[in-house]
Design a protein around this ligand. Sequence first.
Ligand code: DGL
Length: 269
Amino acid sequence: MDERAIGVFDSGLGGLTTVKRLMELLPGEDIIYLGDTGRVPYGSRSRETIIKYTCQAAEFLSSFDIKTMVIACNTASTCAYEILERSYDIPIYEVVSAPVETAIATTKNNKIGVIGTAATIKSGAYEIAIKSRKSEIAVFSEACPLFVPLVENGRYASDDVAALAIAEDYLLPIRQSGADTLILGCTHYPLLRDVISKIMGENVELIDSGAQTAKLVADDLLKKNMLSYEKIKGTIKYFVTDSTEGFSDFASRYLESNIYGMVEQIVLE
Ligand code: DGL
């Protein structure tokens, strides 16, 4: 048993899709969430900058007594996971491996689409992870750089004209590839699930990278005997690097729980 908290990090709001699933699977765990909302999006920045920001975020989270860290950001995972893994002696989870396993188990025609930020797609991490597990799978990757700003600005409803037009344009090549499985390789994208699903059609399975990782974390902590003693409800504390208002509004709505007063603005350096 381990009473320490789980640290979760994302560049902004997207990591809350992972937190929501973690809270469902592990309601008794304490969570410390950091969203670098003052510097989002990371995905169009250079690898060096993403590594620098991610290391600062990890340093902040590790100033608390945490038992594990979940990098709930594909962009940060693909650029900085190895560095963090070497730097800390607690288990660190990235968000690429779990959705890859699920996508491979899901595809029937051996064609997997991957969408993510420019940095994630440029890293080739998904393609490498899929091919190294099953080389006969064809991978079709597309960067969708405007998806994160859409989500951060609340433009993700299934009838949002801007979101639909942008998604139509980004997703066309993957639709044409005939992929039957699409990895949402960014933790912001589940918020656009209805939009993406409308464009891709209901026969394409959408795989949520954060939710898949939450499941892996839950299974792994149980296996390692690192879950906390059964509590009815764990506590959760949120830190952001921009003002707390927008984040509190969004998170309260999305998590269906009043989180006002649980969010603190900090400076990362
Ligand atoms: N949620 C982050 C990810 O999974 C968004 C990255 C960004 O800030 O561009 O990649």
